[in-house]
Design a protein around this ligand. Sequence first.
Ligand SMILES: NC(=O)c1ccc[n+]([C@@H]2O[C@H](COP(=O)([O-])OP(=O)(O)OC[C@H]3O[C@@H](n4cnc5c(N)ncnc54)[C@H](OP(=O)(O)O)[C@@H]3O)[C@@H](O)[C@H]2O)c1
Length: 492
Amino acid sequence: MKKPLENCTFVIIGATGNLARTKLMPALYHLYVDDLLPKDIHILGIARSIADRKEWLAELKTDLKERARGGLDESIFEGFCRRLDCLRSGLKTKEDYRLLSDYIGQQKFSNNIAFYFSLPPSMYASIATSLSEVNLLTEDQGWRRVVVEKPFGSDLETARNLQRHFERYLKESQIYRIDHYLGKETVQNVQVFRFANLLLEPLWNRNYIDHVQISHAETIGIGSRSAYYDGIGALRDMIQSHLLQLLSLVAMEPPVSMQAEDLRDEKVKLLRSISPIAKGAVSSHAFRAQYAAGDVKGNAIKSYLQEDNIPQDSVCETYAALKLYINNWRWRGVPFYLRTGKRMKEKHSMIAICFRQTPKQFFRTSQVEQFKPNWLLIGIQPDESLRIELTVKKPGLDMKTKVISLDASFNDEEGRDGYEGLLLDVMEGDHSLFLRADEVEASWKIIDPVLHSWSSQQDYIQTYPAASWGPDEALRLFEKEGQYWRSSLEPE
Ligand SMILES: NC(=O)c1ccc[n+]([C@@H]2O[C@H](COP(=O)([O-])OP(=O)(O)OC[C@H]3O[C@@H](n4cnc5c(N)ncnc54)[C@H](OP(=O)(O)O)[C@@H]3O)[C@@H](O)[C@H]2O)c1
């Protein structure tokens, strides 16, 4: 039984933004509906464009009508609103921060305060400094926590600089670097699946696993996020954060316990074991491309360069693939392939583990063809599932085989968004699903050589038609003939 949460004040800086409106406020509302929030919590939204409380709540209501599970309950919403306050502020001048401090200093606000930086990453450093200057980060009278969204830095150097800056004002225990992928039910199930089942452990190594694929594909393009995306690209946006996190959960050693520091120690150890990509080897380990125009069922789709506000000579990648090796006893020689793309054929995130071929073909004189390797497939979204593919005999007089899939899928009946659990973890002070500074640094170290190499190649980028699975040239990363990107959870 978890102990009840201490009362707290939850401050969302950037409360009118996309993240706050589509994820944070719906998550807080759902937690309120289920009576999981501290009883006297105050949620304070801050942004420059908040007109007044009435208008802010009206917008929130419209958002929640669209997003609330099972529809918005008017009377519950009224109760939720009593927990909400808002403040229009540019958070720029000393006076803005003094006003904020006075506002929070009112009796009704708890001294346990979480600040959620739901802001452009360029503002993280200055907001931390200014909050500190008005003593809002000092833990004299209650805890003070800061939740930072990804990206934490834009490469190794900037991540280190931001970290050094934070260290001036915050202890590591006060910082919650969020990766919402870690809040997903299936992602957490990777640990349970691996460490609660003896069956897998003997096979979970270089002796039995041929290679591992981790993919995240989106059908959408960059939409209205050109200003953010064009300087970032797919490698930073998805691989440095989410996909390397998935890799570390799939490949890490069993932690001493599931306590936050034990878990994070193992993830960092794993990330540090990844062989650095040498400068001269980037092209055999990494691949990038950009979506060209395409069509879906007769509907034309714009190319990346035709999106609003994208410079015509942009070589920003919307597709990135990486081959990594882990230099330890368990994994030496096993390639891990990471792939992500926008405007792909289907939306999916999955981990696909391909086992080695059987050592001997027993049925040579029969009609049995070359066996297909066993695959273990973990679907993350949209299907949360866990499947193991096996070869069995087809019923009948002939010795013919087929691949079947043992389906150990689990439906998250509650349908909770990952942010709900993560926000509760912040209030509880549980760091297990948040990234530690050394973990972020280790991830940037892995991709930094690729970023540098790509930034020096500004004259050309491969393209792929929108609504495709990306360019065939990406297959060159595979070590063996006939290997391919696994894009479906169904037997192929
Ligand atoms: N959106 C997502 O799904 C998503 C997913 C993962 C990570 N993230 C990260 O989450 C953060 C927020 O993303 P977002 O998509 O919500 O961005 P966004 O839509 O651009 O919203 C940014 C918010 O910051 C506020 N803001 C900007 N300048 C400000 C200032 N000087 N003072 C006070 N408020 C200011 C904006 O409101 P005003 O203009 O009204 O001040 C707005 O509320 C980013 O770091 C992003 O990388 C977002």
